[in-house]
Ligand binder design. Structure first.
Ligand code: BG6
Length: 488
């Protein structure tokens, strides 16, 4: 268990905290993973007493789908751990009171003043809050460790991300900074490394001699969920591609690390990002496709187009879909394209990574599968499957596609929230599952060309896919004549 510590959540009344974070932390506490001395200080701009905040949190826990079954009496006990501070994040008072809370926690626990500051706020507040904590000396580790977790998106462009990095480093040492990408907290995402590097049979074929291409899909049926204000600014590139999809890509493509530790793993992740052939603005039309959904039918229901969503500008050119082709210039992957697509209002929620192998050198039998596929089902229906061809019983040598399938059900337990794993890791001081500054920087470099080519330019083709479809046709053309997106 971590040492006695206080978790300070800025933006605690926000969406993420209400729907996911509080449940994740409650789950850790209920499972006894947070040690005996633990407190949460919620911080927000809204005026509330501790008691009102406890009611708020209890309500959030009871209504969130992500809360584990609450054992009798536990809600009452958990409430006692919660405190609240409010104020204007631009002034010093609120940080001063947070500092007092840490003093009180120390008195109560007789321990050190360890603290994790979780910035679950709109991105525009990352810098002011970090600076505010710094003005009051709350980053100082002389009386206990201090760490800061920063939500995504980390910056809005390469330049602003660098600026934010500099501002954060003006206060914190990189070893104190935990940039969160909740995809890395997913069990199935961690399993990518475990399966690749914990088995002998996959790595030998994991290269250009055997792999034809790799496809990564992160599809969502959801639309905006009332987040137009944020999404209009962000769009799919900042919301999904620069962070979550780049992380998935990196884990599939990286070289084996020399050890399973944060330095070695993050070094390999950066190395593969560095090897990706850049896509400058002038080349974007050959390597990327953007889309925005129009009205359509999803699960039998009519849904409005993006531009009809409340809060979206009439002629908005914000992309809600993107597909890209990446090429990696290194020994392992020369000539093997990686296709990545993600979008809102696609037919269903599914995230999958498919390693598609080369065709057999000689077609001896009729039928069967054109290419073997090893598919990692990140979510839902979590598992891994291998598709291959088998002879159909009978007099003829007719092949048919069959599947070997591993499902997480085999473990008999549900999967934890990604946030619980990541919060616990931050409290334990393990940054392995958090992107380092150079990783974030390289991921921004990779999407910069797209932002330059598309941003501020009217998208005459929008809307170019119907809600409930798999995205614009141009995304299919990106694959070339001989390859197809998998039907999921
Ligand atoms: C978030 C994005 O980071 O990830 C959302 O802001 C998106 O727009 C979500 O819906 C997807 O996460 P998950 O875990 O549901 O796949």
């Amino acid at each position: 268990a971590p040492e006695p510590a206080t978790l300070v959540i800025f933006g605690v009344t926000g969406d993420l905290s209400r729907r996911k974070l509080l449940s994740a932390v409650f789950g850790l506490w209920q499972d006894g993973l947070l040690g005996s001395a633990f407190n949460i200080v919620g911080v927000g701009r809204q005026e509330m007493t501790d008691e009102q905040f406890r009611d708020y949190a209890a309500e959030a826990l009871k209504t969130s789908k992500e809360t584990d079954a609450i054992q009798p009496g536990n809600l009452e006990k958990f409430r006692e751990l919660l405190y609240y501070e409010y104020g204007d994040f631009a002034t010093d008072e609120v940080y001063d009171r947070v500092g007092q809370q840490l003093d009180e926690a120390e008195n109560a626990h007789g321990g050190r003043k360890n603290a994790v500051f979780y910035l679950s706020t709109p991105p525009s507040l990352f810098e002011p809050i970090s600076a505010g904590l710094g003005r009051l000396g709350l980053q100082d580790e002389s009386e206990g460790w201090r760490r800061i977790i920063i939500e995504k998106p980390f910056g809005t462009t390469l330049e602003t991300a660098r600026h934010l990095n500099d501002a954060i480093h003006g206060v914190w040492d990189e070893s104190q900074v935990y940039r969160i990408d909740h995809y890395l907290g997913k069990e199935t995402v961690q399993n990518l490394m475990a399966i690749r590097f914990g088995n002998a049979i996959f790595e030998p074929v994991w290269n250009r001699s055997y792999v034809d291409h790799v496809q990564i899909t992160a599809a969502e049926d959801l639309g905006l969920e009332g987040r137009a204000g944020y999404y209009e600014e962000a769009g799919i590139i900042r919301d999904m591609l620069q962070n979550h999809l780049m992380q998935l890509f990196t884990l599939v493509a990286m070289e084996p690390p020399v050890a399973f530790d944060e330095g070695a793993i993050r070094d390999e992740k950066v190395k593969v990002l560095r090897a990706v052939k850049p896509i400058p603005a002038s080349q974007v039309k050959f390597s990327a496709v953007r889309g925005q959904y129009g009205p359509g039918t999803l699960a039998g229901e009519r849904v409005p187009g993006y531009r009809e969503e409340p809060g979206v500008a009439e002629g908005s050119s914000t992309p809600t879909f993107v597909a890209i082709k990446l090429e990696i210039e290194n020994w392992r992957w020369q000539g093997v394209p990686f296709f990545i697509r993600t979008g809102k209002r696609l037919p269903k929620k599914v995230t999958e990574i498919a390693v598609v192998f080369k065709k057999p050198p000689l077609g001896l039998f009729p039928g069967g599968l054109e290419r073997n596929v090893l598919a990692f089902r990140i979510q839902p229906d979590e598992g891994v499957s291998l598709k291959f061809s088998s002879k159909t019983p009978g007099q003829e040598n007719q092949l048919r596609e069959v599947t070997m399938d591993f499902r997480y059900d085999a473990f008999g337990a549900g999967l934890e929230s990604p946030y619980s794993r990541l919060v616990l890791d931050a409290m334990l001081g393990d940054a392995t599952l958090f992107p380092r500054e150079d990783e974030v920087d390289h991921a921004w470099q990779l999407v910069s060309g797209m932002l330059d080519a598309w941003e501020g330019k009217a998208a005459a083709e929008f809307p170019n896919y119907a809600a409930g479809s798999w995205g614009p046709e141009a995304a299919d053309e990106l694959m070339g004549p001989d390859r197809r997106w998998r039907r999921l």
